[in-house]
Design a protein around this ligand. Structure first.
Ligand code: ADE
Ligand code: ZN
Length: 331
């Protein structure tokens, strides 16, 4: 990984369950005596050939069966933070999918307490700041999202915001207006996946109805010039995930990724890893992939890193500290 790929940065689109490496699937399966439907690590990795979001989600949810205890969630997040820190991540806003665990009988407290313990330790051990964003699985519908939100509040979960993920097409953001209104009312940040496989209209709904502060992915916004103009005017950050987009066939090849045009248009683009265990690399690899695939120079990578701090949910003094570090000449 070249020096520029490890510039100080924030990661704003990372599903902690998407950092579950094949080796850890087998380690946790044996620790928890959970059967897995794969022969070995190689057999599991051989299945990382996806045709679309749905084909990925099937494997993603199936691997999660090995996550059972608070320690499992803490180990998962700790491994991510160690890896992220080694790639220049100074701040990570981490998505998790509460319903994917409670639906398997794992109590919400086990998930949240394990993850938040690792974040606290990670801040000390690796110098990575950040927070947790609870995502609702849109294919489970708005009532299930509301019930999960109630559980999160009841548990006094230390989350900084809410998000919306899983199968996109057929589940427009407007379905979730009530739970987003409640989250805003209690002061939580709001983001949502939109415009990954879904149409530009979903991005509009995320902005107009859910009042999101950032759009996760958003690459299909480019099909609607008026929407692009609005995203530029309002400098709504887009958390783009280049390796994910190629692996899930949202774009054909890295060389065809629209991120260069997005930057040229003045969009507030950030680069992130989404589900790095499954998509061939963590955030540094995503920076390297746009550098080699699209010829981004070091200055462009630094611009992406600057955008990531600008788009992060952090107080201004911390933002200033990270931006100052980023602007210091490399010795
Ligand atoms: N959950 C994990 N990764 C996701 C993605 N890329 N899109 C939607 N839901 C997800
Ligand atoms: Zn995602």
């Amino acid at each position: 990984m070249s020096g520029a790929a490890v510039v100080p940065k924030a990661e704003l689109h990372i599903h902690i369950e998407g950092t579950l490496e094949a080796e850890m699937v087998f380690d946790l399966a044996s620790r928890n005596r959970v059967p897995v439907p794969f022969a070995d690590v190689e057999d599991l990795r051989a299945r990382y050939a996806f045709s679309d979001l749905g084909s990925f989600l099937e494997l993603y949810y199936s691997c999660m069966a090995v996550l059972r205890s608070e320690e499992d969630f803490a180990d998962l997040a700790n491994a991510y933070l160690a890896r992220a820190a080694s790639e220049g991540v100074r701040h990570a806003e981490i998505f998790f999918d509460p319903q994917a665990h409670t639906a398997r009988g794992v109590p919400l407290a086990v998930v949240v307490d394990g993850l938040s313990a690792a974040l606290r330790t990670g801040a000390r051990r690796y110098g990575v700041s950040g927070g947790l964003i609870a995502c609702f699985l849109r294919d489970l519908g708005p009532e299930a999202a509301m019930a999960t939100f109630d559980q999160l509040l009841e548990h006094q979960s230390p989350i900084i915001g809410i998000g919306l993920d899983s199968a996109e097409v057929g589940y427009p953001p407007a379905m979730f207006s009530d739970v987003y209104a409640r989250a805003r009312a209690v002061g939580l940040h709001c983001v949502a996946h939109a415009g990954e496989e879904g149409p530009p209209e979903y991005v509009r709904q995320a902005l107009d109805i859910l009042h999101v502060e950032r759009v996760d992915h958003g690459v299909r916004s480019l099909e609607d010039p008026a929407l692009v103009a609005r995203l530029v005017d309002d400098q709504i950050p887009l958390t783009v995930c280049p390796l994910s987009n190629v692996r899930l066939r949202v774009v054909g090849r890295m060389e065809d990724h629209p991120i260069a045009g997005m930057l040229d248009a003045g969009l507030a683009v950030t680069v992130n890893s989404d589900d790095p265990a499954y998509f061939g690399g963590y955030v540094g690899a995503n920076y390297s992939a746009v550098a080699s695939g699209l010829g981004f120079d070091d200055e462009t990578l630094r611009r992406l890193a600057r955008n990531s701090f600008d788009a992060a949910f952090m107080d201004q003094s911390l933002r200033r500290r990270y931006l100052d570090e980023l602007s210091r000449p490399v010795s």
